[in-house]
Design a protein around this ligand. Structure first.
Ligand code: HEM
Length: 155
């Protein structure tokens, strides 16, 4: 068996194999692609009948500071540069009019943009990350422990 086969070594754990795969995919994007993706995504968001007004209401006319923050965010997520220093949960908890269906729309537009800008496996990676982060934001924003309390459901 050739030694250069990734993950092919005897006794190699599933976890190590996953890491090699993940690193290879991570290098498949770069800062330029992130910037193109973020800009194209927020063009769609701004012209979306449902999401547009929510963002415009908070961000106003000058989108550059938000876009720069999002370049840093995605650079941290995809290239582990650590450039983003913000608190996404806190920013989203302030958005009282946002509901889970808005997240579905957000993810649809994000998937659409990633498919237009990136190679298929890179688009998948961006979308998987976005979906996981969306899930955790939604847990913070909408999860009501009382609804899932078995004591209450028996009553
Ligand atoms: C319904 C879906 C979403 C809506 C309506 C939404 C809306 C917004 C708005 C209006 C801001 C600006 C907040 C401010 O400047 O005070 C913001 C910031 C941000 N959003 Fe979202 N967002 C959504 C989903 C997501 C998802 C899924 C992600 C990540 C994958 C994300 C990542 C961020 C980040 C990193 C910031 C910057 C926070 C900061 O440091 O100030 N958002 N979002």
């Amino acid at each position: 068996m050739g030694n250069d086969e990734p993950g092919g070594g005897e006794g190699e754990s599933e976890n190590a194999r996953w890491c090699i795969d993940e690193d290879a995919k991570r290098r498949a994007t770069d800062e330029q692609e992130i910037e193109r993706l973020v800009r194209a995504f927020y063009v769609k968001v701004r012209s979306d009948a449902v999401l547009g007004p929510i963002f415009d209401g908070v961000i106003g006319e000058d989108w550059e500071p938000h876009l720069k923050k999002m370049f840093d965010f995605w650079s941290s997520v995809m290239l582990t540069t650590g450039r983003y220093k913000g608190q996404p949960m806190r920013a989203h908890l302030k958005l009282k009019e946002v509901s889970p269906s808005h997240f579905d729309r957000w993810l649809t537009l994000f998937r659409e943009t990633a498919d237009e800008i990136c190679a298929p496996e890179v688009a998948d990676l961006f979308t998987e990350k976005a979906a996981r982060i969306a899930e955790s934001l939604q847990l913070g924003m909408f999860f009501e422990p009382a609804l899932h309390d078995p004591e209450r459901q028996r009553r």
